[in-house]
Design a protein around this ligand. Sequence first.
Ligand SMILES: [Zn+2]
Ligand SMILES: [Zn+2]
Length: 164
Amino acid sequence: MANETDYTISGEKDDSLTIAIILPCLFAIILVILMAVAFLLPKLTEESAETKENRRKKRLAALDNTIKAQHYVDWASKQRKEHPEFPVSMHPLCVICLDEIEDASQIRGLGCLHVFHQACLDDWFGRYNEYCPLCHRPIVGGKQLKKKTRASSDSDTPPVAFFV
Ligand SMILES: [Zn+2]
Ligand SMILES: [Zn+2]
């Protein structure tokens, strides 16, 4: 009987000891994990922000390659020569900022003959807007899309021919 009580007492002591050791350890581990997450999360978000900025720069470079920024006067005189049927107004409205486009404004004229301030269109395109704000035709990459669909249709045809 005496032995049994000893065991139970020692067992209780072990339990309290393990609780006294394990619980603080668990708290310490959780704290370390929380601190690690707190340190890593800002770095991860910073990296993603950097890659986003890089992607934005690449997009804007692609835009700059296809649609050159120029003064509105130069663009307008060129369009009047190339598209005499298209009425090019003297001071059109930039629908992005709703401000008038002056002769000396730096603009980008799209293939659809819609004109926007360079800064406005860059901001618009940099926010992953692929289409003209007015007529929804693709700003850049219309040709690339066509190539992709052709490639996919080519890869689709061989199995059909194989079956026939
Ligand atoms: Zn504008
Ligand atoms: Zn347009």
